[in-house]
Design a protein. Structure first.
Length: 183
């Protein structure tokens, strides 16, 4: 007898084990940054620049490497669930982000520019991506849809015209139409 199919339950968020989410949320609520004191000022400047452009940004720096990038994304999501806005989590060679207002595409484009090794430069690059000009994907999609619809309409019009004019596709000659000399 086959075993019953079990429902797949999503795993709980997998934040790095040595991280205190409550302490990070408290730091972020107070200053917008949870990082070593030596770089906190530079990161606060990036947070202020994002805020000047209408983005509620928090930056978290994790000093130890984690097993998977997804752990930093889960940490960003946990902080964002408490504080809201956009959260950037930087680790040595890894990055994660969360936002309740910015698309995942834009966040990941920003993340791609953060692999610098310097959290302050990484944060500035991330903010540059968020506040810089974005691709007008809605416009591009609309133009493509209109183009495809126009091509379909033109094809349909040509088919209708061919039928009404009586143009048909040439057919291969039948056995009867082949002359004796051609055999």
């Amino acid at each position: 007898m086959p075993e019953p199919i079990l429902t797949i339950v999503p795993l709980a968020a997998d934040v790095p084990p040595d991280v205190d989410v409550d302490a990070i949320v408290a730091d972020v609520a107070a200053t917008g940054v949870s990082a070593p004191a030596s770089i906190e000022g530079e990161l606060q400047a990036a947070v202020a620049r994002a805020e000047d452009n209408g983005i509620d940004l928090a930056i978290v720096v994790v000093e130890n490497s984690v097993g998977h990038d997804s752990q930093l994304r889960d940490l960003a999501t946990a902080v964002g669930a408490e504080d809201g806005g956009t959260v950037l989590v930087l680790g040595p060679g890894q990055v994660g982000s969360f936002s309740d207002s910015i698309s995942r595409v834009v966040l990941e484009a920003g993340q791609d520019r953060t692999y610098t090794g310097d959290p302050a430069v990484a944060a500035d690059n991330f903010v540059d991506t968020l506040v810089g000009p974005q691709e007008p994907w809605a416009l591009i999609t609309g133009v493509l849809i209109l183009f495809v619809a126009g091509c379909a309409a033109a094809t349909a019009a040509v088919k209708v015209r061919r039928r009404s004019v009586g143009i048909s596709h040439p057919q291969a000659p039948s056995e009867d139409s082949v002359s004796v000399g051609d055999r």
